[in-house]
Write a protein that binds this ligand. Structure first.
Ligand SMILES: [Zn+2]
Length: 326
């Protein structure tokens, strides 16, 4: 138990330092005083796209893509955001579209920007079912949720104050099919990928896939020690593509079609190939960083490209572990 907690703390600290350094060269964004705007993707699916940025006082920590689905019996939310404040804004946004109640929530994984808004939904709808991978619930019970609350409160200089951990209450393992309000939600988990508790939620009626952070749109994801695995994420993106859905709602960045997943796959494969090539030549992660960055130059316009050095270090560990297994 102690080991788990320490590894989580390390991950949270890595995020803190990564995000703090990223913030230093992130251009200022518009204040989050703006209401979250709902963008209709399909007949039943809406997304309030978050800004491509990191948590700050200016954004109130808003950075993910909360989504919602209109069913016959009420609203299903996917990832209600990074704080109780964002969750409340999301409810107001939903009310501009429908007067129906919220009947269910999905959390795609344990990273706090996606689910700390659960609190606002539970306050407004005390009996709402909140679904997540069973392992996410275990992480939250082991204290990870509290670490995310503290991290966001620090990075936003108190803008998220009042946010409390509200855990999902229905555990999933992936492979479930849930009928909610007359629509079929298929839940997928392909193993350790962006984290060890990712789920993707597929809505066949609308030909759409909520991909969580398995797929982000033109964004370099900061590495998360002990959490992500590039080999697993490549397999997860391939699986997402195999579903053949018309609409892909990424965890960050704009919604689009399968080209988003194809770009993500190519980025991950190019990164893995580059690190593997230099690893085979006996270079350490430090020695290969400039060379890998050179190989990855076609992606230099992607958000957060400056953080690639940290990502390389993490991918190096994945490659080393895989090499050891073989
Ligand atoms: Zn994430």
């Amino acid at each position: 138990m102690k080991c788990i907690k320490i590894s989580h703390l390390v991950a949270a600290l890595a995020l803190l330092t990564g995000w703090a350094s990223a913030w230093a060269h992130t251009p200022p964004t518009h204040a989050v005083e703006q209401e979250l705007r709902a963008h209709q993707v399909t007949e039943h699916v809406y997304v309030a796209h978050g800004p491509q940025t990191f948590p700050s006082a200016t954004t109130g920590g808003f950075m993910n893509n909360p989504g919602f689905v209109l069913t016959n019996n009420g609203v299903v939310i996917v990832d209600p955001g990074s704080s109780v404040q964002i969750g409340r804004k999301l409810l107001k946004t939903i009310q501009t579209v429908t007067a129906e109640p919220v009947i269910a929530v999905f959390n795609t994984h344990v990273h706090g920007d996606h689910w700390l808004g659960n609190q606002a939904i539970r306050e407004a709808y005390p009996r709402v079912r909140i679904y997540a991978h069973q392992r996410m619930i275990e992480h939250v019970e082991n204290g990870v949720g509290q670490e995310w609350v503290a991290l966001f409160e620090g990075l936003t200089e108190g803008a998220t104050k009042g946010t409390r951990v509200t855990s999902p209450n229905v555990g999933l393992t992936g492979d479930e099919t849930l009928q909610i309000g007359g629509l079929m939600f298929r839940v997928h988990h392909t193993g350790r990928a962006h984290s060890d508790n990712d789920i993707m939620v597929e809505l066949s009626r609308d030909n759409a896939l909520f991909a969580g952070d398995i797929i982000t749109n033109q964004r370099v994801q900061s590495a998360r020690p002990a959490d992500s695995d590039i080999f697993g994420q490549i397999e997860a993106v391939k699986f997402a593509l195999s579903l053949g859905r018309r609409w892909i709602i990424p965890g960050h960045g704009l919604t689009g079609g399968r080209e988003i997943a194809e770009q993500q796959l190519k980025f991950l494969q190019d990164l893995r190939n580059s690190v593997q090539k230099h690893f085979a030549q006996g270079l350490t992660d430090y020695e290969m960083t400039a060379l890998v960055k050179q190989d990855m130059k076609p992606y230099q316009h992607w958000y957060n490209f400056d953080e690639l050095g940290r990502v390389i270090s993490h991918v190096y560990l994945n490659v080393e572990a895989r090499d050891f297994e073989d």
